[in-house]
Design a protein around this ligand. Structure first.
Ligand code: SF4
Length: 509
């Protein structure tokens, strides 16, 4: 069995989903191998001289070894200018490498001129012509070698992001064409979202043997003829992954203590629209896992992947700190109103919390069932700042209850809390196609294709995407209190690399 992490996804940490599968397979003594085709594929293209070279590209080629070394040490995270140059040059090399294939390629981006990932017909076309994929030479050689030495009976792909979809299907097409006897499996977050749609009909029959929705451990074991043992909790196993090779100064270990969300009430939330229920690993097991993983891999950072880290887990981490810095998503709850709690979090290694504030207008928050009171949010942000925990604040513009007036209140809230906001993420609302809100507005069918998870809609206040973009570009982003916050955001890697800059600043005092 071979598990593959396909291109393109940010190459800054090992894939968490595959590490979980490795944990389950290992526990049951199933023989398997893992291929991070994303990291390897990107490095392979970066190291291939581009077909034509202008001044910028030639310079990027010359500086490539220095850039890679800099991103794999603390060097780049000590100097924002150096970091930005490295990222820009790497993206330039990828762009040039894929240009002739009509693909806009970057470290987190894969956009084909004619093929669109939410269209199943386009994914099938990518499978029919794998040689057209910019990673073709890499994966053809790598997979051929692997298949010769390992002779697997099954290959599984973990597909989590749209930017991975066309490459995943190109690899599937190559295997179907050249190795028709091997069983092919497809799972991961994106596949789960597709399959949870009430209108799902499998368009990939004959191409993929098994599609898996949700956590893949039990499905994988049963396909291998093994009965899952124990309580279905297996510590992620990062041993088969090149943990030290990702774009980071040392291993960053992602860990998920739950699936779904313990709040599960926000009306705009795709998790809720998909009907994903909440499952949490008991906190003592989480602590045990974290301590074991830290002991083994000596990471520089732990990335908690939960949609919202539960307050009970936070308390447990405060009592049993993992011994290395950590960050993740949290809800703005009353716990953060207690300065001592925030100080204890900081003591436990928390360097940054990602907070979904969404709006600075109370009526909008109430209408979205966000469960946030703005006065409390204000105090929580101030407490986190006092405790030395950076914040990555997520804002969502264009939800049905928001218009320009409400958006301006959000702007004012951020201006008033400029000193407490480390980083900002600005998103424009996408209406989940099967969510409860889609039933209350005039929708316009599928956005981009039969696999699209979102629908376009007539905004009840006329607050169209075009008007929102104008507001963001001309007013919000230009505000003198907000522009410096936005400039701090690490390009491409954003919240994945932001804690590294925070940690580095702390070391330098
Ligand atoms: S807190 Fe986040 S994950 Fe949970 S329901 Fe709200 S938006 Fe969804």
């Amino acid at each position: 069995m071979i598990l593959i992490h396909p291109p393109v996804a940010k190459p800054c940490e090992p894939p968490a989903g595959i590490a979980k599968l490795c944990g389950a397979l290992n526990e049951h003594r199933v023989k398997f191998r893992v291929l991070d085709a994303n990291l390897e594929g990107l490095l392979s293209l970066l190291n291939t001289p581009p077909p034509s070279s202008d001044t910028w590209t030639s310079r990027a080629v010359r500086h490539l070894p220095k850039h890679l070394a800099s991103l794999n040490s603390w060097d780049a995270y000590q100097d924002e200018g150096r970091y930005r140059r490295a990222i820009k040059d790497l993206n330039r090399l990828l762009e040039m490498a894929a240009q002739s294939r009509r693909v806009r390629l970057g470290l987190e981006n894969y956009q084909h001129e004619n093929l669109s990932p939410p269209r199943s017909a386009d994914l099938i076309r990518a499978a029919e012509d794998p040689g057209d994929n910019p990673f073709y030479l890499y994966f053809k050689n790598r997979l051929t070698d692997y298949l010769r030495s390992e002779q697997p009976s099954m290959i599984g792909f973990s597909l989590n992001y749209l930017s991975q979809a066309l490459c995943t299907f190109a690899m599937i097409g190559f295997l179907r064409r050249d190795y028709p006897g091997i069983k092919l499996l497809l799972g991961g977050g994106l596949v789960t979202s597709w399959m949870r749609s009430p209108h799902w009909k499998n368009p990939f029959k004959g191409l993929v043997d098994h599609l898996v929705a949700g956590p893949g451990e039990a499905a994988l074991l049963s396909l291998m003829g093994v009965t899952p043992s124990g309580d279905n909790h297996f510590r992620p196993n990062y041993d088969p992954l090149p943990v030290k090779d990702y774009f980071a100064p040392g291993p960053i270990l992602p860990y998920s203590s739950s699936s779904g969300c313990y709040w599960n009430k926000c009306s705009f939330c795709p998790e809720r629209a998909e009907g994903n229920s909440y499952h949490a690993i008991p906190v003592d097991k989480v602590i045990n896992d974290l301590l074991g993983l830290v002991d083994k891999h000596k990471p520089v950072l732990i990335h908690l992947l939960d949609n919202a880290i539960s307050p009970s887990l936070m308390k447990e981490i405060c009592e049993h700190p993992p011994g290395v810095p950590w960050y993740g998503f949290a809800r703005i709850t009353r716990h953060l109103l207690d300065l001592d709690f925030c100080l204890a979090l900081r003591q436990s290694g928390c360097v940054m919390l990602k907070l979904g504030l969404e709006s600075g207008d109370q009526a909008v928050l109430d209408s979205l069932h966000k469960g946030i009171n703005l006065e409390e949010a204000s105090l929580a942000l101030k407490n986190l700042r006092k405790a030395g925990i950076s914040t990555y604040v997520y804002l969502l513009f264009g939800t049905p209850p928001e218009g320009l007036r409400e958006a301006r209140r959000t702007l004012q809230f951020i201006v008033d809390h400029r000193d407490c906001v480390g980083f900002l993420n600005l998103a424009i609302f996408n209406m989940p196609i099967h969510g409860p809100e889609a039933e209350q507005v005039e929708t316009k069918g599928f956005y981009e294709g039969d696999l699209s998870l979102y629908t376009s809609f007539d905004h009840p206040k006329g607050w169209s995407r075009q008007l929102i973009r104008q507001f963001l570009d001309k007013e919000f982003k230009r505000h003198p209190a907000i522009a410096p916050i936005l400039r701090r955001d690490p390009p491409v890697f954003t919240s994945n690399h932001a804690p590294l800059f925070v940690m580095n600043k702390e070391v330098r005092g």
